[in-house]
Write a protein that binds this ligand. Structure first.
Ligand SMILES: [Zn+2]
Ligand SMILES: [Zn+2]
Length: 307
């Protein structure tokens, strides 16, 4: 099960009732964050969670509303005596930007590892399959797709008919290749069916609509997309500042054939995003205005769950 929590839903500046955009992902005891604007650690605390188990932080870009919460968060993780390394991922310049912020958060008790993106990149982290892809903002910016892959079903009858020793079954299910004492090798594909549908979440902010979003968000279970402006009349403003209107985000959701859309990164002038949702749902019905603390547990599809 993948747990998703939109910690904050604001853009540009935190407001008394709205933290800056940040997304928390929790899977199998491994927590990851996308973006970390000012106040992210307070938003976490409001949900009753500790920053200590966060092992990966991904950045879309280095505008302050997406990274200025980092030094405080790192200090709090240090105070909680975290010792495991922390992986940071983001566009080129990551190490330079973070090292500058570390001047005010020195002597952390854990190592920081850096992964700088120089183009569309896929990588694995603790059971997460992550795809970073370029979007279109006024600085280099990436969207992220997080996939929790799911193996095929184990075929016990086939394992029996192939005389595969019982102690090897579990290891084959885990994807390992096993060799017995006589040197005979068994590979998982002998007994595993074809991969089943996993869980897919896509997060994109700040950006204009792009084909890369349509392609990468395709059939996501949850698509979290920026919606800086509710009013369609603000389209020229959205174009100028390289952001989107709600309608543009809804059109992307429809084109990418996602299951559910959450809007986020609202302009501070957008007081009540819900006001515009009726029009959004005419384009894409399963759409929701993001809200601080909005949470969803995503599970594998019912019909092919084991047992
Ligand atoms: Zn922003
Ligand atoms: Zn920005």
């Amino acid at each position: 099960m993948l747990d998703v929590c939109l910690l904050g839903s604001g853009g540009m500046m935190p407001l008394p009732y709205r933290w800056l955009t940040s997304l928390l992902l929790r899977f199998n005891g491994n927590n990851a964050l996308i973006d970390c604007g000012e106040g992210t650690q307070v938003a976490l605390k409001e949900k009753g969670w500790s920053p200590k188990p966060i092992g990966l932080i991904m950045f879309t870009h280095y505008h302050a509303d997406h990274i200025s919460g980092l030094p405080g968060l790192l200090l709090t993780m240090g105070n909680a005596e975290r010792t495991e390394p922390l992986l940071l991922v983001g566009p080129k310049g990551l190490e330079r930007v973070v090292k500058a912020l570390l001047v005010i958060a020195p002597e952390l008790p854990f190592e920081i590892q850096y992964k700088e993106l120089t183009g569309d990149t896929e990588f694995e982290w603790e059971g997460y399959h992550i795809n970073a892809f370029r979007v279109n903002h006024n600085v280099t910016c990436y969207g992220y797709t997080v996939d929790i892959k799911r193996a095929g079903k184990f075929d016990a009858e086939k394992a029996k008919s192939l005389d595969i020793p019982l102690p090897f079954w579990k290891r084959l299910q885990k994807g390992e290749t096993v060799t017995d004492d006589s040197g005979k090798t068994y590979t998982p594909d002998l007994v595993m069916g074809k991969a089943r549908k996993g869980i897919k979440v896509t997060y994109t902010t700040d950006t204009r609509p792009t084909e890369s979003i349509v392609k990468n968000a395709e059939r996501s279970d949850l698509f979290i997309c920026e919606g800086m402006y509710g009013e369609d009349e603000k389209l020229s403003k959205a174009k100028e500042h390289r952001h989107m209107t709600f309608s543009e985000a809804a059109t992307l959701a429809k084109r990418a054939n996602v299951k559910e859309l959450w809007l986020t990164h609202f302009s501070p002038s957008l007081v009540n995003p819900k006001e515009y949702m009726k029009a959004v749902r005419e384009i894409f019905p399963n759409a929701y205005a993001g809200k601080d603390g909005k949470t969803k547990e995503l599970d594998y599809e019912e019909q092919d769950r084991e047992g």
